[in-house]
Design a protein around this ligand. Structure first.
Ligand code: SAH
Length: 264
């Protein structure tokens, strides 16, 4: 939304505004072939924004022969992919981020099935927000800290005895579900709704660090032994789909606590 993604992309590469609000983020991908296949996977479903956070091969991955070969007719999406140094940069301006994990997690954002999660992501996009699907690396997947940066978690309910899909195949499956969600939003007219007042991820992150400082001041949070408090609060806020105004109220409370403490 606020980040000019793919400044070098041909205007109109993704002519549909709704589809253009989705970005597919590959974190620390090792195999150039998977990057090319992911470009193809998203283009076949009508999307075009591929973001590579800290790819192992660096920005050269965009020109890697294996990546180019597997992108096939999606060479434009591959060439326009944005390479950024870390996941935080990849999520700039995103309001709704969905982590894809081959493993179920004890902590972190609420877990949902691909179809349910894609439908919810579609609603956010239809409301004018930038949405991201975040995929982990081939060998280690997403770290817990990466998953916690997201608002939702999706585990594709595959064979429990062998549930780890190839990265680009996981991208394909989610891109398909996101396509169905977009087509549904278009036919129901939801996509006509403009920007709404939902808080962005950046707003919520800013509020959380403000709140954390206030909780430390109150001696409610021990910075040397934080336990899972911030993780739990992050999860709580992820569930409540905060509006910008609500974030401002929470920031106001934290500000007051900090001011009163320093006055004493
Ligand atoms: N060995 C890794 C798996 C990596 S697969 C691990 O144990 O986590 C590479 C990426 O593909 C994952 O990080 C995830 O984003 C996606 N992926 C693979 N299988 C998936 C599944 N069943 N559900 C959701 N995402 C999956």
């Amino acid at each position: 939304m606020s980040l000019p993604l793919h400044p070098e992309a041909t205007p109109g590469a993704v002519p549909n505004l709704l589809f253009d609000r989705f970005r597919f983020v590959l974190n620390e991908t090792s195999h150039p072939g998977n990057v090319g296949s992911a470009a193809r996977a998203i283009k076949t479903m009508g999307f075009g924004r591929l973001v590579l956070a800290a790819p192992k091969a660096g920005a050269d991955v965009l020109r890697d022969p294996e990546a180019v070969a597997l992108a096939s007719g999606a060479d434009d999406v591959l060439a326009a992919a944005l390479v950024v140094p870390d996941l935080e940069s990849a999520l700039k301006g995103v309001s709704w981020a969905v982590a894809l994990s081959a493993r179920t997690r004890e902590y972190g954002p609420p877990n949902a099935e691909p179809r349910v999660s894609a439908a919810l992501a579609g609603q956010h996009a239809a409301a004018g927000e930038a949405v991201a699907f975040v995929f982990g690396s081939e060998r280690t997947g997403l770290a817990n800290a990466d998953v916690e940066r997201c608002n939702a978690l999706v585990h594709i309910p595959a064979n429990p005895a062998y549930s780890s899909l190839n990265l680009s195949q996981a991208v394909q499956l989610i891109a398909y579900e996101a396509r169905l969600a977009c087509l549904d939003a278009e036919t129901s007219g939801a996509a006509a709704a403009g920007q709404d007042a939902l808080a962005t991820r950046d707003d919520v992150e800013g509020m959380l660090s403000h709140l954390e400082r206030a909780l430390v001041e109150l001696d409610f949070l021990d910075p040397d032994n934080p336990k899972k408090l911030m993780t739990r609060l992050r999860r709580l806020f992820a569930k409540s789909h905060l509006e910008r105004e609500e974030v401002n109220i929470l920031r106001g409370i934290s500000k007051h606590i900090l001011e009163r403490k320093t006055r004493r």
